[in-house]
Design a protein around this ligand. Structure first.
Ligand SMILES: Nc1ncnc2c1ncn2[C@@H]1O[C@H](COP(=O)(O)OP(=O)(O)OP(=O)(O)O)[C@@H](O)[C@H]1O
Ligand SMILES: [Mg+2]
Length: 217
C-alpha cells in the first residue's frame, strides 16, 4: 500500500482532535493528499455504531458488547475508509485506533491484552499504524478540558467513567509506548497546541522524506 497511516491516541481531552486537524491543515497546505478520520466511526456505518457505543442509554452496555461494537466499527472503517485512502496514496490521520482498544478495554476494563491484540489484527486485516502520537496529560487536566468542551448533552458514556478508569487507561497507554518506542511517540499534552503541532509536523516530514516516493505531491 502506498499511503501512510498515522494515529493519535490519549485520554479524553488530551488534544487528539485538535492535533489531528492541525496536521491535516499543514499537510493540505503542502498539497500532500490527506484523509482525516476518527474512531469509533469514520464511515457512515461505523458512525452509526459510534452512536450506539457512546450515547448513554438506560440499559447498561456489557463490556463484551462494547468491545465487539468497537471492533465492528473498526473493521468497517478500515475496509471502507482507511484502506481505500492508503491505496490512493494518502496520508491517513486517524483520531484513535487500535491502541485505544488495548488502553481502554485492556487497561480500563481489564480484558486480557493478547485477546484484544488478536481481535485488532482480525478486524484490521493486520493493518498497523506507521506512527502513533500519544498525547499524554494528567487525568485531571484531560477530564477538565473534556468537561469544558462537552455540550448540553453532558458527558458521553465513556466520559462518565470514574477517575480510576482513566488512570488505568493512561498507564496502559504509557506502557504500550514503552513496548513500542519506535512506533509510539509520547508528547507532553500540557505543552501549547502550536508546540505540539510543530513536533508532529517535523516528525511526519521526517517519515515522508525517508520513504520511497509513495506519497506523491
Ligand atoms: N495543548 C493544549 N493546551 C491547552 N488546551 C488544549 C490543548 N490541546 C487541546 N486543548 C483544548 O482542550 C480541549 C480538548 O481538546 P480535544 O478536543 O482536541 O481533545 P481530544 O483528545 O480530542 O478529546 P476527546 O477524547 O474527548 O475527543 C479543547 O477545548 C481544546 O481546545
Ligand atoms: Mg476528540
Amino acid at each position: 500500500m502506498r499511503g501512510l497511516l498515522i494515529t493519535l491516541e490519549g485520554i479524553e481531552g488530551s488534544g487528539k482532535t485538535t492535533q489531528a486537524s492541525l496536521l491535516r491543515d499543514a499537510l493540505r497546505s503542502e498539497r500532500i493528499p490527506v484523509c482525516l478520520t476518527r474512531e469509533p466511526g469514520g464511515s457512515p456505518m461505523a458512525e452509526l455504531i459510534r452512536d450506539l457505543i457512546l450515547t448513554p442509554r438506560e440499559e447498561p452496555l456489557a463490556p463484551e458488547s462494547e468491545l465487539l461494537l468497537f471492533l465492528a466499527a473498526r473493521a468497517q472503517h478500515v475496509a471502507r475508509t482507511v484502506r481505500p485512502a492508503l491505496e490512493r496514496g494518502e496520508v491517513v490521520v486517524c483520531d484513535r485506533f487500535t491502541d485505544a482498544t488495548v488502553a481502554y478495554q485492556g487497561g480500563g476494563r481489564t480484558i486480557p491484552e493478547p485477546f484484544l491484540r488478536s481481535l485488532n489484527r482480525w478486524a484490521t486485516g493486520g493493518l498497523e499504524p506507521s506512527r502513533t502520537y500519544l498525547i499524554d496529560v494528567p487525568v485531571d487536566v484531560g477530564l477538565a478540558r473534556a468537561k469544558g468542551r462537552s455540550g448540553p448533552a453532558g458527558p458521553d458514556r465513556i466520559e462518565a467513567e470514574a477517575r480510576g478508569f482513566f488512570e488505568a487507561v493512561r498507564a496502559r497507554y504509557l506502557e504500550l509506548a514503552r513496548q513500542e518506542p519506535e512506533r509510539i511517540v509520547v508528547l507532553r499534552g500540557t505543552d501549547p497546541e502550536e508546540a505540539l503541532a510543530h513536533q508532529i509536523r517535523d516528525d511526519v516530514h521526517r517519515i515522508l522524506s525517508g520513504r520511497t516516493p509513495n506519497v506523491q505531491r
